[in-house]
Design a protein around this ligand. Structure first.
Ligand SMILES: Cc1cc2nc3c(=O)[nH]c(=O)nc-3n(C[C@H](O)[C@H](O)[C@H](O)COP(=O)(O)O)c2cc1C
Length: 156
């Protein structure tokens, strides 16, 4: 029978070793402002790190403006980088790792706040977002794939 590792023992995630196997899930808190990290967002994640998690997850960092599900979400821009750096350093100082959830909201993006249509595989009403999403073109998909790559490079 396979042995189950102790949740409080170190665990490896690719190149990263976590001090234990507890990971705080992504829960978008609405603590970012105008696309940037706030001190409240840093304090929120530091509290989990101080509490002992192996890794915390910064929820929903949008790869492009039209992918935001809330117009205040952090965007991967030059302006956002110092705040992300400060958050990362503050979490690391407490001994935890930090991950970034990179995403595009697709059909649940906030079309009105973003001032651009939500995108989906086909045009349809999304009852969760109360949106009517527009069918994504090949050019849209190529742009969004490239935006994910840029965001991943910035996260590294
Ligand atoms: C208020 C709230 C915000 C959430 N925001 C995100 C999010 O930004 N990204 C995400 O992947 N999941 C999000 N979730 C989903 C949680 O990560 C998920 O509920 C958690 O992993 C618990 O897993 P379970 O639903 O399987 O119990 C959110 C959940 C809640 C309650």
């Amino acid at each position: 029978m396979a042995t189950v590792p102790d949740v409080f023992s170190p665990g490896r995630l690719g190149p990263v070793t976590l001090r234990n196997r507890t990971i705080k899930a992504a829960t978008y808190e609405g603590l970012s402002h105008r696309g940037r990290v706030t001190q409240d967002l840093i304090d929120f994640h530091v509290a989990y790190a101080r509490g002992g998690v192996g890794m915390t997850t910064v929820a929903y960092l949008a790869v492009d403006k039209d992918g935001r599900t809330d117009r205040h979400q952090v965007l991967w821009t030059d302006e956002a980088m110092p705040g992300l750096r400060a958050l990362t350093d503050a979490v690391h100082a407490e001994g935890a790792a930090v991950s970034a959830q990179i995403g595009h909201g697709g059909p649940v993006a906030e079309a009105r706040g973003n001032r651009s249509p939500a995108l989906a595989p086909s045009a349809r009403v999304n009852v969760i977002a109360m949106n009517r999403a527009q069918e994504a073109t090949v050019a849209d998909l190529e742009r969004i794939v490239a935006a994910h790559a840029r965001a991943a490079a910035r996260a590294v």
